[in-house]
Design a protein around this ligand. Structure first.
Ligand SMILES: [Ca+2]
Ligand SMILES: [Ca+2]
Ligand SMILES: [Ca+2]
Ligand SMILES: [Ca+2]
Length: 416
């Protein structure tokens, strides 16, 4: 606020008394209000401002996966160009369900070294004909519109208040001939909105919304998630396979992303702007794109699955060769495999924590599949451990064990 921020939003701030004052003042009222920061010195100073009440909701809630989290009575207020949401029940802003994308892939790793697993997720990217935002989402409607027994999909966009089809009359009517009967001319089709074209059928459709097309990293904050886009240059093509390891040996985990998508319908054409990408971890949730000239990574094909095996990256391309990229690491690494119980010999689902004598921790998990339809070697890679390091394992059944490391580089295998 001191910086005269515009078009900013702040939410949620827990202040039941301020909410009650807003309800008493009523919608549209402007009045001086002191809010936030009243509980303890650690919660910061309260804000004094003349506010305008822009919304009031009784017994509001937010969704967190399938769960409804109550917020109590809520008030939205505006101070200059900043909007603030005040809530009555103490909770954080939750929910990845607010991030609707065209996700192709997801992989987990503890990027910021605080012991919990963060995520990286591959999307469509920003270099296609599709544009989406919170205010102008992409929509997808699914139903057997023409009643011929097969499921039909209608792509739609919402550039303003009106929902419009993405596809034209020609291809729409080839898929669903009744569209041509309703709209004999291109002019009539061009002037119609989606409801006028597909009528009441839309009300009973499967309906999906997308307002995020960027590949993102998701920071796990325990009771909330913070989503941030990956570097701009990675957004040049869709992302499928995701590999996470410290490829350059600086002790920080990096990303390798398999890119492109050659299969949109002919009218749209290939999304082939990418060469796959090496993205260097810079610590915390910060990442930087490394151009092919420096990384040596350049795959012009329709790259899909990506696995890590030994110290190599293996990428499969549709209608093309499987490629092996030899990761050149700057320092020695430690490979840890687990012997799991019968029925789960690789201990899929185990969590490994390498504890250095100085207190530093490195957390890995053994996963069955990650990225796009890919299963990497079921083991954990750590930076070379200082002597005296220990390995703590939480096994898939929840039991734990601790092991001394006889080796600080090379390979180690542990059973419970
Ligand atoms: Ca973390
Ligand atoms: Ca059909
Ligand atoms: Ca965290
Ligand atoms: Ca690194």
């Amino acid at each position: 606020m001191p910086t005269n921020a515009e078009s900013a939003a702040l939410a949620p701030i827990w202040d039941p008394i301020a909410v009650r004052l807003c309800f008493d003042a009523g919608l549209g009222a402007s009045f001086p209000l002191r809010f936030g920061g009243k509980i303890a010195p650690s919660s910061g100073q309260p804000i004094d401002a003349t506010v305008t009440v822009t919304a009031l909701v009784r017994d509001a809630w937010q969704s967190f996966g399938p769960t409804k989290v109550p917020l109590g009575d809520c008030a939205a207020i505006k101070i200059g160009g900043v909007e603030v949401v005040l809530i009555s029940n103490r909770t954080q802003a939750l929910g990845l369900d607010k991030v609707h994308g065209q996700w192709n892939s997801v992989a987990a790793a503890d990027f910021d070294g605080d012991g919990d697993m963060d995520l990286v997720a591959g999307n469509l990217g920003l270099n296609t004909k599709y544009k989406a935002s919170e205010k102008k989402p992409l929509r997808l409607y699914g139903k057997d519109f023409d009643g011929n027994g097969s499921f039909d999909v209608v792509e739609a966009k919402q550039p303003g208040d009106t929902v419009l089809p993405v596809r034209g009359l020609s291809c729409s009517s080839q898929a669903m001939p009744f569209v041509r009967e309703r709209f004999p001319t291109y002019d009539a089709f061009a002037k119609a909105n989606l409801t006028e074209i597909y009528g009441g059928d839309l009300a009973s459709c499967l309906e999906l919304t997308c307002h995020e097309l960027q590949h993102v990293v998701v920071e796990n904050r325990g009771d909330t998630f913070v989503v941030a886009p990956l570097p701009r240059m990675t957004q040049i093509a869709p992302v499928f396979g995701i590999g996470i390891a410290d490829f350059d040996g600086d002790g920080i985990q990096d990303l390798v992303l398999a890119q492109n998508f050659f299969s949109p319908e002919p009218e749209t054409g290939r999304f082939d702007g990418g060469l796959s990408a090496f993205v260097r971890g810079k610590g915390g949730m910060q990442f930087e794109y490394v151009p092919p000239k420096s990384s040596g990574l350049a795959i012009a094909g329709d790259a899909k699955s990506l696995v890590l095996a030994d110290t190599d990256v293996v990428v499969a391309t549709n209608d093309g060769p499987v490629q092996v990229l030899r990761a050149i690491r700057g320092q020695q690494v430690l490979r840890v495999a687990l012997k799991g119980p019968k029925g789960n010999p690789n201990a899929i689902g185990a969590r490994l924590e390498l504890r250095e004598p100085g207190g530093k921790k490195h957390v890995r998990e053994i996963t069955a599949g990650s990225g796009y339809l890919s299963q990497s070697e079921p083991c954990a890679w750590f930076p070379s451990a200082p002597a005296g390091s220990k390995l703590a394992v939480r096994w898939p059944d929840g039991s734990t064990s601790e092991h001394a490391l006889a080796t600080t580089t090379g390979e180690a295998t542990f059973a419970r």
